[in-house]
Structures are given as C-alpha cells and as structure tokens.
Design a protein around this ligand. Structure first.
Ligand code: PLP
Length: 389
C-alpha cells in the first residue's frame, strides 16, 4: 500500500492567490465592462533589460553549433557567473565570499524551500508572522515545529528575539510582504543570537537590489560573525525581471558551525541538474556596466511607483509601511473591516486588486499588501480610483 507523508495534512489550503483569482473572476463575470487593475501581483511587468536579451540571443546561437553547444553544466553553476557574483555582490561591498560558496540555482523559491532538507526533523524553526509562505510550508512538510515571531505596528514590524531556544530562523529583508527592513544593529542582534544559541539563520535577500537607504545592509555577511551562522538566498526575479527566465543563487559559507557547504553540494548534485546555460548567461550580463545601468533604471521605475503609492495613500489618511527600500507596501485597513473585507471593497468600488494580509499569517489580519511592480499608468490610474473610492 502506498502511504503518504502525513505531514502534508498539516498544510493549510494554499488558497490565498486562488481565492483572489476566484473573487476577481466572479466580479468580472458580473461586471464585464470593468477594467480591473492589480496592485496585488508579485510578478514584474517591465521587460528584460536589452543586455539580458542580447545575452540570451548569443547563448541560443552558441547552442546551434556543435563547437559551442552546452549540455549539462556544473551543478554549482558556471564559473563566469559565480565569479561575477562574488566580485560584484560581495567583494565590491568588502565581503569575502569564495566562488565555491556560491551555488547558482533556478531561483530562490526552490532553494528556500529545499534547504531545510539537510536539517534534522527535530529542529525548531522560527519564522516571522506575516511571512513568505514557502518557509512555513516546506518545514510543515518535514514535520517540524514552527515558532512564529509577530511583526506588528507595536514592534515596528521588527521581530523580537525568541524567548525560547530555536534552531533555525528564517529572515527575509527587505521583507515580503511588509516591505520593511532591518538596520545593521537589528541584524547584528540576530547574528549574535544565532551564534550564542548555535542556531542557523536562513536569510532571504531576494529584494536586496531595491534598498535605497545607506544604513540598510544588502547582505547578512556585512555583519561580523554571519559567515558562521547564516546562509543567504538571492534571486534575479525581481531584480532583473527573471521571473520567467529563472535564475538565482545561494551562498553557503564553509565556516558555518555545521558543515552545510558539502552537504548542500551533495544534495544539489543528487537532485538538481543545474540552471540552464541561457539563464546563466542572461544573469551574467546583469553584471556588465551596461547591465548594471539598465537594471538600475528598471528598479528605479518600480521604486518611483512605490513612492507615488506611499505619497497618495498616506495623503488619503491610510497608514502605510514599507515601499521605501522594498517594492511592497503594507497598508493598514480602516478600523472595523478585515483584510478580505477591504479587498472586496476595493475590488467592487475601485476595481483594484490588493493582497489580503491575512493570507501571510494571522498577524497580517488588518493589512493588505500592495506591490509597486505595476505599469506606471495603471498604478496612477489605480491610485486615482482609490482617491475617488
Ligand atoms: N523569496 C521571497 C521573499 C519572494 O518573495 C520570492 C518571490 O516572490 C522568492 C523568494 C522567489 O523568488 P524566485 O522567483 O527566485 O524563485
């Protein structure tokens, strides 16, 4: 008889985006003439940078000839990309990361979801609430106990250090969904905690490229001691519009107090056959001078959306968090309504879609997430409609 992993029964129905789609579809059925604008999507809307497209074309042409064809690549990624990552994302910031500590992947979702496989089932795992659901679900599938660290207006969305021992801590900064950040001292407190407790920090830096403020760390390795206690995940998805191309990377330092670098290598060699050559060439192009400039322009475009959204929504009296160093805004809904209630209200009255905060954890109740990834004209139109609402 085939038995299933009973832990899957502990997963809640992943209904957030399905439920949003269902409600939007029902609304459209009744209002076929309505032009619904989404400020809820987590996907990007701007095309790939020209250097990236050129790199993809060149790589495709190489595949057309036996002399330059590439098949399976190195599991950890091609050296040209790992060297560019080390040089630009770390050495340029004074951080020492070695090339064989970098593992190129098809994105941060796979890596943040898979990394827990190497940890014992008995590990106690801490996550923030609200949270990017992948950290929770992947650990529930493995049967682990999860401790939630509330992030609310009371603590300025800064999770407090757990008052019990935890073995693993997921931190995501700049944060999805709240758009808030940790300053250097805040992050140092976590690194000190992890070293004291022998805990591992799994640091998701998927939105690091959106940081504008000087005092916000781009990498946890800017903090002394982090090489002994932290793994860091990166993604090109939002940074460079790679949601459809698929590429990211994970840094697993060799001086972690537990020897995870060889274990992650072993895991990847067993279960992952590498990121496509085309995607890696595309990612490599981002590190050229033109690439850096073009990618910065797109980030600037989204952050200008975020600024306009913050400005308008604050002037309407909404309490808005995030959106300064992150493409997400976390908005408190008016008293007396719920995050789903506000979602319905905004859909029906303004024809604008947001993401109910309750979908990211119980502390998300009372908030909605808005994203700055829309097209400018649609974002402005959505703001006009909210004004009239
Ligand atoms: N980590 C966070 C916090 C995210 O919000 C996302 C995507 O929305 C990811 C990881 C996944 O990124 P990727 O597209 O690289 O898999």
């Amino acid at each position: 008889m085939t038995l299933i992993n009973e832990n899957y029964k502990n997963l809640s129905d992943n209904y957030l985006f399905a439920e949003i789609a269902r409600r939007v579809e029902a609304f459209r059925q009744h209002n076929p003439q309505a032009n619904v604008i989404s400020l809820g999507i987590g996907d990007v809307t701007q095309p790939l940078a020209p250097v990236v497209v050129e790199a993809l074309h060149r790589a495709a042409d190489e595949m057309a000839f036996a002399s330059s064809f590439r098949g399976y690549g190195p599991e950890r990624g091609y050296d040209f990309l790992r060297e560019a990552i080390v040089e630009n994302d770390f050495r340029a910031r004074g951080i020492d990361i070695e090339v064989d500590e970098v593992f190129v992947s098809d994105g941060a979702k796979s890596d943040t979801g898979n990394f827990q496989e190497m940890l014992s089932a008995g590990c106690v795992v801490a996550v923030t609430d609200p949270v990017y659901p992948v950290y929770v679900d992947s650990n529930l599938m493995a049967g682990r106990t999860i401790v939630r660290l509330p992030c609310t207006t009371e603590n300025d969305f800064l999770p407090e250090l757990p008052d019990e021992h935890v073995d693993v801590i997921y931190l995501c900064y700049p944060n999805n969904p709240t758009g808030t950040v940790l300053l250097r001292d805040d992050l140092k407190a976590w690194v000190d905690y992890a070293i004291r407790e022998g805990a591992l920090i799994l640091y998701d830096a998927a939105y690091e490229a959106f940081i504008q403020s000087e005092d916000v760390p781009h990498s946890i390795y800017e903090i002394a001691g982090a090489r002994r206690c932290a793994v860091e995940f990166h993604s090109y998805s939002k940074t460079a519009g790679f949601t459809g191309v698929r590429c990211g990377y994970t840094v697993v330092p060799k001086d972690l107090c537990v020897g995870l670098n060889p274990l992650w290598n072993r895991r990847q060699c067993t279960k992952f056959n590498g990121t496509s050559y085309l995607a890696q060439r595309a990612a490599g192009a981002i590190y050229t001078p033109d690439g850096k400039r073009q990618v910065r322009q797109v980030i600037h475009y989204y952050m200008e959306n975020a600024r306009l959204m913050r400005q308008t929504l604050s002037s309407l009296g909404f309490k808005v968090y995030g959106g300064v160093d992150a493409p997400y805004l976390w908005m408190q809904v008016p008293e007396g309504t719920t995050s789903w209630g506000f979602f319905d209200d905004m859909l029906h009255r303004a024809h604008v879609v947001c993401t109910p905060g309750a979908g990211f954890g119980s502390c998300g109740e009372g908030y909605v997430r808005l994203t700055a990834f829309g097209r400018r004209e649609q974002t402005l139109e959505a703001l006009e409609r909210i004004k009239r609402m």
